[in-house]
Ligand binder design. Structure first.
Ligand SMILES: [Zn+2]
Length: 170
């Protein structure tokens, strides 16, 4: 059995183009349906590769930058892990601080450790109260489920007296 490729369909010239075409076809399908496929031609691939790289960069590196919120900074917006060091300046002798493990400068993390720890404790207190509320909700839902199960077992014992069932928790 032979398989012949139609010559009218443009062929990929680089391996990476296949991957990019694949992503673009998924995107075209999601956004524009079958008609949008026609826009994915070999001549748009290079510019689309650049656009994809920028999109990927923005969605990873820039998102990480936004994640540096309150609390102990574990990572710098640049992606590097932070380090804890001790200040030797006249103004803050012996004061500990977090900073980017790679670059010391603008757009890289710097935070005094005492500030960071205070923020971390505050953030943990908020998280804890959220979890406590969730636990209360779960307990209430569990009680409801137990009620339903009790009713169901009563019904089963009534209509199926020979049906053996032993569930200790209801
Ligand atoms: Zn950094």
């Amino acid at each position: 059995m032979g398989f012949e490729r139609p010559r009218t369909i443009p062929q990929q010239i680089a391996v990476t183009h296949s991957a990019v075409s694949f992503v673009l076809l998924i995107q075209a399908h999601a956004l524009g349906g079958v008609d949008a496929y026609k826009c994915i031609t070999p001549d748009v691939l290079d510019s689309q590769v650049e656009r994809l790289v920028v999109t990927l960069y923005e969605s990873t590196v820039l998102d990480m930058a936004m994640e540096v919120g309150p609390g102990i900074p574990r990572r710098c917006p640049c992606g590097a892990a932070t380090v804890v060091l001790t200040s030797k300046t006249k103004d803050n002798p012996g004061r500990r601080f977090y900073r980017c493990g790679v670059v010391f400068g603008e757009n890289h993390v710097f935070k005094w450790a005492d500030d960071a720890v205070l923020e971390e404790i505050e953030a943990l207190a908020v998280k804890q109260s959220v979890m406590e509320n969730e636990l209360i909700e779960i307990k209430e839902q569990l009680l409801d489920i137990k009620k339903i199960l009790r009713r169901l077992f009563r019904w089963l014992r009534h209509f199926l007296p020979n049906f053996e069932i032993s569930v200790s928790y209801v």
